[in-house]
Design a protein around this ligand. Structure first.
Ligand SMILES: [Ca+2]
Ligand SMILES: [Ca+2]
Length: 239
């Protein structure tokens, strides 16, 4: 050990390790393994911003000329449950046409929350906290609100919908859903036509949940129109 000199200068993440040896022979040098330690800095890593970081690390000695080697370091940022499910609005107020009672629950309105975490941490379960005397139910996975009850115009329903993720501990958020039941539209003799025979929209597969896909225009002088999806190949799209 006599006569050996070593010095380190670690710069976390950038990892430029200055290694100096005063070792007597190359054979002695090969016996030592000097670790390079990578540290996080004061800037916190965020998986939702960037899930993987790639560093190129180099090491060089103090020889003349210096010898150098490089390596690639891949750093995966593991997820923690640091995002609560969130709804795009704090309050939803929707107008729905009056309806008659039904044997089976009929869909009323779909609530959608997003959670940027991964796996169970981002898996959302919907429930009703405030349920207008128990007349409504909600699908725990889709967020679709159902009811069997008849509602006539001028009635008003107030619900509180809660979205909870599957993290440990779970995080949740709640929003109000107000339903204003209004008269069914009167049949009109006014012509009604879509602007186009076919509408074509393109979306990115990475688009967020609840992202707007497109707007369907109608040529009509009516102030109130009702849109409905009458045929579909996916349940991933809603009006
Ligand atoms: Ca979450
Ligand atoms: Ca996270």
């Amino acid at each position: 050990m006599v006569g050996r000199r070593k010095c380190f200068n670690y710069k976390p993440l950038l990892f430029l390790a200055l290694i100096c040896f005063g070792v007597a022979s190359p054979l002695r040098l090969a016996q030592f393994s000097i670790p390079g330690v990578i540290y996080t800095t004061s800037q916190q890593l965020d998986r939702e911003y960037k899930a993987e970081h790639i560093l190129e690390v180099s090491v060089s000695d103090n020889g003349e000329p210096p010898l150098k080697s490089t390596s690639r370091v891949v750093l995966e940022v593991m997820d923690v449950n640091d995002n609560a499910p969130s709804f795009p609005h704090k309050l939803f107020v929707v107008n729905l046409p009056e309806k008659v009672a039904s044997e089976t629950p009929l869909p009323v309105y779909r609530m959608i929350a997003i959670d940027h975490d991964e796996g169970l941490n981002g898996q959302i379960t919907y429930s009703l906290e405030e349920n207008d005397e128990g007349f409504f139910s909600i699908h725990p996975e889709t967020g679709m609100v159902f009811t069997k009850k008849a509602f006539s115009a001028q009635e008003y329903s107030i619900l509180t919908v809660k979205a909870t993720d599957g993290g440990s501990p779970p995080l949740s958020s709640s929003v109000r859903l107000h339903i204003d039941w209004i008269p069914k539209p009167i049949l009109s003799s006014d012509p009604l036509a879509f602007d186009e025979l076919h509408f074509n929209f393109a979306v990115m597969e990475t688009d967020l949940v609840n992202h707007m896909v497109g707007v369907i225009n109608v040529e009509a002088g009516l102030s109130q129109l009702w849109f409905n999806i009458t045929e579909r190949t996916t349940s991933s799209l809603e009006l």
